[in-house]
Design a protein around this ligand. Structure first.
Ligand SMILES: Cc1cc2nc3c(=O)[nH]c(=O)nc-3n(C[C@H](O)[C@H](O)[C@H](O)COP(=O)(O)OP(=O)(O)OC[C@H]3O[C@@H](n4cnc5c(N)ncnc54)[C@H](O)[C@@H]3O)c2cc1C
Length: 291
């Protein structure tokens, strides 16, 4: 099947792209890497009047350090997240997670902004950005706003971005010292059945703070298990803390049943792998393992 007719515009500036979005009054779409949009066009799940190609906009491809924050442009490609030494140093969780996104061909074209707006509940980048406490900056003609990742999703494939807005930046606060990630899927680099991302800081006495546990694939959006994080802050992450966090994770999820896995199986995976990853997280952060 081929896409329905559309008009193609190659934007030469962000202002031009924004003007075109206004001209089309909600009937145009931004084209970034095209890895999700083009299949949807070809299946005629979408029939936009126009595509506005932002691939030439260098200013959206930058990676910058602003004080304690790290900023990725909306058009930064997955392959750049994978290979950038700055990302490896400042956002190691993201650098680890990106290797689980699709295959090399998709990573060469796909972008972080496209992944966030696509809002796939199993997507690695939405989960990584959520766990790291990022916020996105979106602009429209004459207006700009920042949205915490926590508020960016309204449901499955439903990002809180208006048709006349462009996601221009993802802004990350300081990355906690420790992180862990695990993904379970049917085949290597397939969409996740369950993904778990954990970050946190540990003091010299072994007490934890800023612990955030995020889960993907078990709700209509990626989620943070708030109750577990609150419980683990100040704890030593001993086995009883881990058991309580895993129980909280079980209560926070609402997994779908789909062609990849049943709800029951996903619940089982959460009960097994959240405590397992938390134990690995504790071990990898212990001073003896850092020597
Ligand atoms: C075979 C295959 C396997 C894949 N596996 C995975 C996987 O395992 N994990 C995963 O997370 N993803 C996976 N993907 C999706 C991939 O990561 C896509 O790159 C990503 O979802 C979309 O990014 P894109 O740059 O290609 O966006 P596009 O396809 O160009 O756009 C996607 C949507 O976002 C909008 N958009 C894009 N950029 C902006 C912007 N800056 N501002 C406003 N709107 C914007 C578009 O209008 C469109 O609605 C896979 C894709 C394929 C084809």
């Amino acid at each position: 099947m081929k896409a329905a007719d559309f008009i193609y515009h190659r934007a030469h500036s962000i202002d031009e792209a924004l003007r075109l979005l206004v001209d089309y009054d909600g009937t145009a779409r931004i084209l970034a890497g095209g890895q999700s949009l083009v299949p949807m066009l070809n299946m005629r799940l979408l029939r936009p009047a126009a595509l506005i190609d932002i691939n030439g906009l260098e200013e959206l491809s930058r990676i910058e350090v602003r004080g304690s924050e790290t900023v990725l442009g909306g058009l930064v490609r997955h392959v750049t997240v994978e290979t950038s030494s700055l990302v490896a140093e400042r956002l190691p969780l993201l650098a680890r997670m990106i290797r689980h996104v699709a295959d090399r061909q998709v990573r060469n074209r796909g972008t972080i902004g496209g992944s966030l707006v696509q809002a796939d509940p199993t997507g690695e980048m939405p989960l990584g950005c959520l766990v790291l406490g990022a916020r996105v900056r979106v602009i429209s003609n004459g207006k700009a706003r920042e949205i915490p990742m926590q508020d960016f999703y309204e449901g499955s494939y439903a990002a809180a971005i208006a048709p006349d807005e462009i996601l221009v930046e993802i802004i990350f606060p300081r990355h906690p010292i420790h992180h862990a990630f695990r993904e379970l899927n049917r085949r290597h680099n397939d969409f996740a059945v369950l993904s778990i991302a954990i970050v946190g800081d540990r003091d010299e006495e072994g007490r934890w703070s800023n612990v955030r546990i995020g889960l993907g694939g078990v709700h209509d959006t990626p989620i943070i298990v708030e109750e577990a994080g609150a419980h683990l802050d100040g704890s030593l992450l001993d086995d009883s803390d881990i058991a309580a966090a895993a129980e909280a994770a079980g209560r926070a999820i609402s997994p779908p049943s789909d062609m990849r896995a049943s709800e029951e199986y996903r619940r089982h995976l959460v009960s097994v792998h959240v405590p397992r990853l938390l134990r690995e997280f504790r071990t990898s952060a212990s001073p003896s393992s850092l020597n």
